[in-house]
Design a protein around this ligand. Structure first.
Ligand code: P6P
Length: 333
């Protein structure tokens, strides 16, 4: 098959669908290049002296790993000078990061989780980068956090990289989902899957089952029915996976279906869930919907949620459409 590079794909997509203006193409290529750099650092592991903790905590109160901070810096430095961004926001930073005055400002806003799945870094399990692209509000002056608080339906692009046996970049700009694999010898991203589609049904679910005693009844009912297998109400057997790296679980679902769940639970009733809306749930939900799947917080479509805070958390149910609709319907009863 003729190799199509990321650049060629983006240029052809612009020609076909007029959906990737030059500045957005630059943004995507710069983020993709940063992900190559992160992949290289992650791949060194102990040899790169990048494992272990940095001895600090992020805004979430989570211990930061050296690679968390390094990945964040790589993305900031890669995106500051290009003139395509007005501001950035990151899981690793309390407040937004305006473009320094010495550089021109652009019309896009980039949000990212620079290295998702940190608990897996030191044990050589797949981790990744998640990113989301919004347009700056018309007439915006100096960017503020409020300018970022747009529902996920306003995203113009979203994607993730998985640093695993292969390094892949999965991307949507609103016309379907495509996967690029990093050719390490050439240092280039090569289109390897066009138009990824999530089967509407599945036999595989992903949830951290150690929390089951804390789940609310709709989740308990939904999971118990699957555990009952072919003798239960679902009349079929299910398999379970939980990688504890959202990017890896979502990548499996985009490739073969499944449902990913991180529900709110009774441990902290006022905590909506663990995952963050703006730079985890929203980009992944955009990708999942573009691949024919569904994504909700148990009550409403994820991409319709009006954000109230840059780091707000949300319950997540995403993947095979019929399963997401089923577990969401249980929350309505
Ligand atoms: P738990 C990683 O820390 C993360 O944010 C997601 O990538 C992952 O799905 C989830 O948290 C894992 O959470 O509670 O199972 O460790």
């Amino acid at each position: 098959m003729k190799r199509v590079s990321l650049t060629q794909y983006l240029v052809e997509e612009q020609r076909l669908n007029n959906s990737i203006p030059a500045e957005l193409r630059l943004l995507i290529e710069v983020v993709a290049r940063a992900c190559k750099t992160i992949s290289h650092a992650v791949g060194k592991g102990a040899l790169g002296e990048v494992l272990g903790t940095a001895g600090s905590e992020n805004v979430q109160g989570e211990v930061q790993k050296k690679l968390d901070i390094l990945s964040n810096e790589i993305l900031l430095e890669a995106n500051e000078w290009g003139g395509h961004l007005a501001a950035m926001a990151s899981e690793e930073m309390e407040s937004i990061h305006p473009i320094p005055n010495r550089y021109p400002m652009g019309e896009y806003m980039l949000l990212f989780d620079p290295l998702d799945g940190s608990s897996n870094i030191d044990v050589n399990v797949s981790i990744g980068t998640i990113f989301s692209v919004l347009k700056a509000p018309d007439g915006m002056g100096t960017p503020t956090e409020q300018d970022f608080l747009q529902p996920g339906s306003k995203q113009v692009a979203a994607g993730y990289a998985v640093y695993g046996p292969q390094t892949v970049l999965v991307l949507t700009t609103g016309n379907g989902v495509n996967c690029f694999t990093l050719d390490r010898e050439m240092g280039s991203w090569v289109l390897t899957q066009r138009g990824m589609q999530i089967p509407a049904d599945t036999k595989e679910f992903a949830i951290n089952a150690s929390n089951s005693r804390h789940w609310y009844p709709p989740v308990t009912r939904y999971v118990d029915e699957m555990l009952a297998g072919e003798t239960g109400p679902r009349a079929k057997n299910f398999n379970m996976r939980w990688i504890a790296s959202m990017v890896a679980d979502v990548h499996r679902i985009l490739n073969r279906g499944g449902i990913f769940m991180y529900p709110a639970d009774q441990r902290e009733p006022d905590k909506a869930g663990k995952l963050r809306l703006m730079y985890e749930a929203n980009p992944m939900s955009f990708l999942v919907e573009q691949a024919g799947g569904a994504a909700t917080n148990g009550k409403q479509r994820m991409l319709d949620i009006q954000p109230t805070g840059l780091h707000q958390r949300v319950a997540v149910f995403l993947g095979s459409k019929n399963e997401v609709e089923r577990v969401t319907s249980y929350h309505q009863e």
